[in-house]
Design a protein around this ligand. Structure first.
Ligand code: GDP
Ligand code: MN
Length: 385
């Protein structure tokens, strides 16, 4: 789950990272009032969960409260990369002398957090990694030792920061790491961390991505979720405990297990079509959950055929079959359906589907099921097999 800039920065501030004074407005009128209170100039910043807001016109300076009101009005009308702007952050403008990058991510290969710094702040780190990788300095953090002083010093020196800022930089790096740990984040980033004309370090932008698996420990953070980030279908799936990602293909997939779902998507592509979604109904899925999943799949107008690929282990095929039938009673499918149910209780599952009177094309192998689904969707190409 991604957090908005203003949430991220406030969490950083709670761990000792200096941030500009700021307020969040939802109307131009409010923006004017905050601009008056904060004192101009202010920066008016769109709060949307995408990068590159600056280039999209979503970050602008205002010299007067009048201008803040006007600029906020314009930004609140924007849609940035498909996301509507519903809030703007008004920050006391910083007089920027230098922009640096400071971030932490989990390095899965090393199984440790990595802190990165770069003198090329304000630019997306992926861009720096491509064009100027030597500019990025990294330290690996031992979770039992924590972030050590010599490590932040190495980063500060590595990016050529002036010695007078080392102490402040170290404090900010530790604050960022504390916030990262405390929130169970998978990413925490300050870009840019700026040196102001007054010689102070200030986190002008902030970004955090939280580990969804840790969210149960943070009900306060879970509430910060921006519902615009998900499609309505994805939201319903999350609430039902399903892993669902909407894609733009034409074959709806209902699969148990993430690995099997990936394999199913690959083989659909192999036979010349494309999956309409990634969906893992999980282990031991009950009929009700299967019904929700099928409803989600069939609600997508791009879906021309549905492929059920169930490998019964803990999940029982008869239970899944019951879910499929329950769902059929609710949403009458008008597209062809292909089912491959193998494993625990597969005979019972197949018998239930047959007895239900709904027409399902059956298959026993993964390749066979995928081919039949691609044909059923009207797109099988002999040559692609
Ligand atoms: P992003 O484009 O979505 O990453 O948004 P940022 O908050 O990083 O802002 C983009 C750029 O706008 C920064 O790199 C700065 O150059 C500039 N900027 C942001 N805040 C201020 C500010 O307070 N004063 C000035 N002068 N520039 C700012
Ligand atoms: Mn930024």
């Amino acid at each position: 789950m991604k957090l908005h800039e203003y949430h991220s920065k406030r969490l950083f501030a709670a761990h000792g990272v200096p941030i500009p004074r700021g307020e969040v407005a939802t109307t131009p009128h409010q923006a004017r009032r905050f601009a008056e209170e904060l004192g101009c100039p202010v920066v008016v910043k769109s709060q949307v969960l995408v990068g590159g807001r600056g280039k999209a016109g979503g970050i602008r300076l205002a010299q007067t409260p009048d201008e803040a009101e006007k600029v906020a009005g314009e930004i609140l009308q924007l849609e940035i990369k498909g996301l509507p702007v519903r809030k703007v952050l008004l920050d006391e403008a910083a007089d920027i002398r230098q922009e640096i990058y400071l971030g932490i991510v989990v390095d899965r290969a090393n199984r440790r957090p990595v802190m990165m710094a770069s003198s090329e702040g304000g630019v997306e780190i992926e861009e720096v990694a491509r064009t100027n990788p030597e500019a990025i300095k990294k330290v690996t953090i031992d979770p039992f030792l924590g972030l050590r002083g010599y490590q932040t010093l190495a980063l500060a020196k590595g990016i050529g920061l002036a010695g007078q800022h080392f102490r402040a930089f170290g404090r900010i790096a530790r604050g960022l790491y504390d916030a990262f740990l405390a929130c169970d984040a998978s990413l925490a980033e300050i870009n840019p961390l700026v040196v102001t004309a007054a010689g102070e370090l200030l986190a002008v932008d902030g970004k955090m991505v939280l580990d969804d698996n840790g969210l149960f420990r943070h009900p306060d953070l879970a509430q910060m979720r921006d519902l615009d980030e998900e499609t309505p279908a994805e939201r319903e799936a999350r609430e039902a405990g399903l892993s669902y990602v909407q894609l733009d293909g034409e074959i709806g997939c209902m699969v148990n297990g993430a690995g099997l779902a990936m394999a199913t998507m690959d083989i659909i592509k192999h036979f010349g079509s494309a999956p309409a979604n990634f969906l893992d109904i999980g282990g031991g899925a009950k009929a009700e959950r299967v019904a929700i999943a099928l409803r989600l799949i069939l609600a997508d107008p791009n879906v021309k055929a549905v492929l059920f690929n169930i490998f019964g282990g803990i999940t029982r095929c008869d239970e899944v079959a019951r879910g499929i039938i329950t769902a059929f009673e609710e949403v009458r499918p008008t597209v062809p359906l292909v089912a491959r149910l193998v494993g625990t209780n597969e005979e019972e599952g197949r018998a239930l589907l047959e007895a239900s009177g709904y027409h399902l094309i059956t298959a026993t192998t993964l390749a066979g099921a995928a081919q039949k689904a691609v044909v059923a969707a009207g797109g099988y190409d002999e040559h692609s097999s």
